[in-house]
Design a protein around this ligand. Structure first.
Ligand code: ADP
Ligand code: MG
Length: 251
């Protein structure tokens, strides 16, 4: 898998309005475990060969935490994110999200839990080009929703919260990178998930715009949202209150 992160300029936090908190100044308490990763191994089968990627990974993320998973390109960060996001299953070990263990669920149950409890933010935004910002934010509720009937209003409220009230009817092609990522954050929040999982969320943005995105994550976390952010950049990882370092598939 290619990692575009390698081509990015150094991230300058001098543009950031909200400085890294490193856990200080939090208004909320850290709560119960939302994700437990227990003795997890992951290998890929390439032809006849089994290639181990992650070895004996163990960590717990509690409600209200802001965790960064940091490591160089190729260290297995995205592989780990896919496991935590219930997009893939571990080769060995357990992943438990809000008490549900992935290995004990059917594919359908996994998809439902993922849709309701995990909000994804990607480096490349992944918005649907022919849908408006509002429709993109609403989209995840078509499959799973905690808000019967109230999805449109919630989508509008979320777009307002990320400062895009005047861009609701724009399509992704009419939005800047920073605006697109803000739409993606609103979309990630639409089902009020237990966790926001962000893989290099500022990777395609300049430092100033990247800061605006990090400021949104910081604000969400101050309000008690659990965030897991993947990054190769120590300056960005400073925004988290806990950092898990991944090197050659181990922590
Ligand atoms: P990172 O996100 O830290 O850059 P990845 O998790 O994308 O790292 O990749 C870790 C390693 O796993 C790399 O060596 C990559 O080539 C390999 N890898 C990733 N996805 C697959 C796949 N689907 N099949 C085989 N190998 C893979
Ligand atoms: Mg990656």
């Amino acid at each position: 898998m290619s990692d575009e992160a390698e081509n990015i300029k150094p991230f300058k936090t001098e543009f950031c309005r909200i400085n890294p908190l490193n856990g200080y100044g939090k208004e909320h308490k850290i709560g119960a475990p939302v994700i437990e990763v227990i003795d997890v191994k992951k290998s890929y089968i390439l032809g006849e060969m089994e290639v181990p990627i992650l070895h004996d990974i163990n960590f717990v993320v509690h409600e209200g935490e802001f965790l960064a998973i940091m490591g160089p390109s190729g260290s297995g960060k995205s592989t780990l994110m896919n496991l935590i996001g219930f997009l893939d299953r571990p080769t060995e070990g357990k992943i438990i999200i809000k008490g549900s263990e992935i290995n004990k669920l059917s594919d359908k149950e996994v998809a439902r839990l993922r849709g309701l409890e995990i909000g994804f933010v990607f480096q490349v935004f992944n918005l649907i080009p022919r849908l408006t910002a509002l429709e993109n934010v609403e989209l995840p509720t078509y499959a799973n929703s905690k808000y019967e009937g109230g999805a449109r209003q919630r989508a509008k409220d979320l777009l307002r919260m990320v400062g895009l009230e005047d861009r609701m009817n724009h399509k992704p092609g009419e939005l800047s990178g920073g605006q697109s990522q803000r739409v993606a954050i609103a979309r990630a929040l639409i089902n009020d998930p237990a966790i926001i999982l962000a893989d290099e969320p500022t990777g395609n943005l300049d430092s100033k715009t990247g800061c605006e995105i990090l400021n949104i994550f910081t604000r969400l976390n101050r309000d008690g949202r659990t965030i897991i952010m993947i990054t190769h950049d120590p300056e960005i990882a400073k925004y988290a209150d806990k950092i898990v370092f991944l090197k050659d598939g181990s922590i």
